[in-house]
Design a protein around this ligand. Sequence first.
Ligand code: ADP
Length: 284
Amino acid sequence: MMTKTLPGQPAGNGQGRIDARNLTVQYPSPHGPVKAVDSFNLMVEPGEFVCLLGPSGCGKSTILNVIAGFLRASSGSVQLDGEPIVGAGQERGVVFQRYVLFPWLNVLQNVEYGLKVRGVDKKTRQEKAREYLQLVGLAGFERKYPKQLSGGMQQRVGIARVLVNQPKVMLMDEPFGALDSQTRYMMQELTLQVSRKDGTTILFVTHDLDEALLLGDRICVITAYPGRVKEIITNPIAGPRTPDIVSRPEFVDTRRRIYEMLRDEIRLSFDQEAQKLGVQKMAG
Ligand code: ADP
């Protein structure tokens, strides 16, 4: 049974092992069900950082949504610490590309919201919320309202709002895609820091090869639609990784290998798009 969270305790009390077996997801369409994910298999160990990398539309978000408990698998299974996932849970924090904050709550109230729901006393939850706002570089913004902040700042509040619950598992769907490059570096560093400090299991969706190689202990390359595992690559540079790894020969080699894999899948997905639209491909 999933462990119940008591007030003040971190949301994640289990180990944070994700086990997806033969996960298949179909969406309804006017022509009958269409497979978006096909027999996807992945085991993420507690505390591991795994990136899902693949062409746009290959099923990455669909996989993440099943693990988050927002979407049901059509067949196969997904377990968290040996228990089937049947819905959303506090031990899994989810960060999307654009985080929707409560517009009627200020920044501090937004961040402390999850702790309040769990019955944490006001003093403790405000202290924690301030600590995590500081971590994302937003100390001093406590009394501002979301509409007063830039999109990037709102996303940082959204991330603080998830981190403050100390979930055992973080499911992140292109969380930094809309951020400017400097904020993105800062948030990537922060995510690595959190995963090490709290031993959080992180499953991170990206289509950015360099981001995957900086963050992931392993990189799961997904095929063009419908998504299956093409290959799982162990990062040749064991943590801690910093942006200067780009010059290391083992990084360059692995990057090239993954790039080639990805390029094949991206070409395939372009062909699929063309087919869908009834466009004849030119020779060559
Ligand atoms: P990715 O995250 O890799 O871009 P998605 O998981 O969003 O891919 O989508 C995978 C495939 O499933 C795409 O072809 C997409 O069009 C389709 N899809 C996603 N959501 C739905 C939906 N709600 N209904 C029908 N098809 C969907």
